[in-house]
Design a protein around this ligand. Structure first.
Ligand code: OXT
Ligand code: ADP
Ligand code: MG
Length: 583
């Protein structure tokens, strides 16, 4: 490390001993992060980490200060997804820690590497429950919600603590890590040279995990015997940054591929082998399915049921770094355990010079279904209805993304999410960031901010009005850092729809309904950004084009027909039904 522990003089040097160069916890944490290339912190200031944030900034770390820790945590988690380095979120104790915890748990669920660093109260008082300021046993609470949790009590252990946190976050299946730093640690002083020596630059934090040759051969044998093969590309494949190898495998095999939501763009959605528009057909009718960085969870109907056709009609090959993922829902006949880069390269090599193309009738079935669906959708995307419906509005945005394939799309909501996923084609890897495995609302502004900070690219955040509300205050953060983020709020006056009524006739509106005719654009104007109210696809197109060209923080309030959406978007089937409900 260049200049390890930042030096300070002991306040009142009275002897040769006290004139030694000293460092402290504050500086050792900063040095440990910098040594490991962790140069951005997302957080919220306050006791006991206020000075830490200031010092980190003074030492050249970029400190992005948020209005709420959950948004900072979401930012850190998606920074981890985009960079393969753990994103850092910094919070105060108890309530700040808890605010960050949702994001930490979400990161772990989604396999995004992040480290939540929280200041905490005095151990002695907390453990005796004597009522300290923001007292809470944070380590115990964090443990079940993340991959690993550590507490550092001595300045001399900071280097090891940070190293352990980094390794835990990025090695194997990535995930969230909690690092507990009690207030006392920050001001603990130690000899600067000893401090410097205590720091660890983590060597090879996510070592390659090479698949067993027998596993590769088994997978290729199964694939070769397929009559109706399918490849599913999940967000693990996007995370792996093995883009060329993945494209090589897909193209050499000639097999139709289905991208999961955040796997979109690994190969363009417009690629001839893309089966995104024939989703139900390929899931039901395929006979061999190769999963690359995708789990057979609820988003894939657990690999069974009517989505997947006749019971027993499927053989699964799965590539994943996590051995325990195999057979989690159904039998995996060919598990390939390893990192995706190594596994896909090994499969490609094993395929040799020539690989038999999938049967022509299967390719025909897929493309017919796909062409039908695309043709059905096309006229809906061109409609100019006022008030706008989802298709008209998304048709405009689809073209804007096509013209700017390197822009990053953030997307949340229900109808706003599900329809945008299908309508807006993606062209490059890791350009679509969304609600992920939990379908969680509130990722919007945190993801948008981190995407802009980490990549320097233009960001388009397409948000349901409810979804936006979870993190909307961060438009101030977007303006403060002058980020090239254009937020489009699909304002249909509510959750799913804005048309529900209170069946009692009372003065409270229905639980899914918001203030009618709200002007979210004014929120952005309040902080010096650009606000536009768009009522037609043309107005929407103009405003978003302008924002994406100028890079100015912009919020477009897109007025959507309140009756256009459906309950829970495409997943209304997950709502429990009461047989006793009065109509
Ligand atoms: O093959 P078939 O024929 O079946 O057709 C499919 C594709 O082939 C085809 N397709 C295409 N056709 C033509 N062209 C193209 N390009 C094309 N591409 C695809 O289209 C169909 C459908 O394709 P799709 O979408 O791929 O397939 P399908 O069957 O839908 O896939 C299944 C799933 C499960 C994989 C998919 O639906 C999916 O990924 N879903 C994710 C859903 C999700 O996560 N939703 C978010 C959670 S909903 C709910 O929980 C909400 N809440 C509660 C809440 C949450 N979540 N979090 C917190 C912290 N608190 C509360 C709330 C509050 S949503 C919500 C807010 C909602 O209100 P908003 O105002 O924000 O939003 P609006 O609804 O807009 O008002
Ligand atoms: P999706 O929601 O897109 O289907 P999931 O989050 O369910 O994706 O699955 C991602 C999978 O990718 C996880 O099982 C995770 O273990 C795996 N994964 C993440 N990174 C890698 C990697 N570098 N190599 C192999 N597998 C990975
Ligand atoms: Mg809505």
């Amino acid at each position: 490390m260049a200049d390890a522990a930042v030096k300070s003089k002991a306040p009142e040097p009275t002897s040769a001993e006290s004139e030694r160069e000293l460092t402290d916890g504050f500086h050792l944490i900063i040095d440990a992060l910098k040594l490991n290339g962790l140069n951005t912190i997302y957080g919220v200031s306050g006791i006991p980490i206020t000075d830490f944030g200031r010092m980190a900034q003074a030492e050249g770390i970029r400190v992005i200060s948020f209005r709420h820790e959950q948004n900072a945590g979401n930012a850190a988690s998606i920074a981890g997804f985009l960079t393969k380095k753990p994103g850092i979120c910094l919070t105060v104790s108890a309530p700040g820690f808890l605010n960050g915890l949702t994001a930490l748990a979400n990161a772990t669920t989604n396999c995004f590497p992040m480290i939540l660093i929280s200041g905490s109260s005095e151990r002695e008082i907390v453990d005796l429950q004597q009522g300290d300021y923001e007292e809470m046993d944070q380590l115990a609470i964090a443990k079940p919600l993340c991959k690993a949790a550590f507490r550092v009590l001595h300045a001399a252990d900071i280097g090891i603590g940070v190293a352990r946190a980094i390794r835990a976050a990025v090695s194997g299946r990535p995930g969230g890590v909690y690092l507990d730093l009690p207030a006392k640690l920050f001001s603990q002083v130690m000899d600067a040279e000893a401090g410097r020596k205590s720091l660890v630059k983590v060597i090879d934090p996510a070592p390659a995990q090479i698949p067993a040759p027998a596993a590769v051969k088994r997978a290729l044998d199964v694939l070769k015997g397929a009559k109706r093969p399918l490849i599913i590309l999940g967000k693990g494949a996007a995370y792996a940054q093995a883009d060329d190898a993945i494209r090589g495998l897909v193209e050499k095999s000639g097999i139709p591929f289905l991208p999961m939501s955040m796997g979109k763009g690994l190969l363009p959605d417009t690629h001839p082998q893309c089966a995104g528009a024939a989703r139900s057909t390929v899931l039901k009718d395929s006979d061999v399915v190769m999963l690359i960085g995708a789990r057979l969870n609820w988003l894939l109907s657990h690999g069974k049921g009517k989505t997947w056709g006749e019971p027993g009609s499927k053989k699964f090959i799965q590539i994943d770094i996590e051995p325990k993922e195999m057979d989690s829902n159904v039998e995996i006949v060919a598990p390939v355990v390893g990192d995706i880069g190594s596994c896909v390269s090994a499969l490609l090599e094993g395929m040799g010079g020539k690989w038999p193309a999938p049967p022509a009738d299967w390719i025909k079935t897929v493309s017919t279904r796909k062409d039908d669906n695309i043709a059905k959708m096309a006229p809906r995307l061109m409609n100019n209805n006022v008030p706008m419906d989802y298709h008209g509005a998304l048709g405009a945005l689809r073209t804007i993304v096509k013209e700017r394939p390197d822009a990053i799309l953030v997307n949340e909501g229900a109808n706003t999410l599900d329809l945008a996923r299908g309508i807006i084609d993606m062209y490059q890897p890791r350009k679509r960031l969304d609600v992920g495995t939990w379908g969680v609302m509130g990722i919007g502004m945190g993801f948008a901010i981190a995407a802009a900070i980490e990549t320097g690219k233009r960001v388009l955040a397409v948000e349901g009005d409810s979804a936006f509300g979870f993190s909307g205050m961060e438009v101030e953060t977007i303006c403060r850092y002058n980020l090239p983020v254009c937020v489009v709020v699909f304002n249909n006056n509510g959750i799913y729809r804005g048309t529900d009524v209170n069946p009692t006739g009372g003065s409270d509106v229905a639980p899914t309904v918001f203030v009618k005719g709200s002007r979210y654009d004014k929120m952005m104007e309040a902080f010096g950004g650009v606000g536009v109210n768009a009522t037609t696809p043309d107005e929407l197109r103009r405003a978003v084009n302008q924002a994406m060209d100028s890079g100015k923080p912009t919020l477009v309030n897109a007025v959507i027909d309140p009756s256009a959406g459906s309950e829970s978007g495409r997943i209304g089937n997950l709502n429990p039904q009461s047989v006793l409900r009065k109509k």
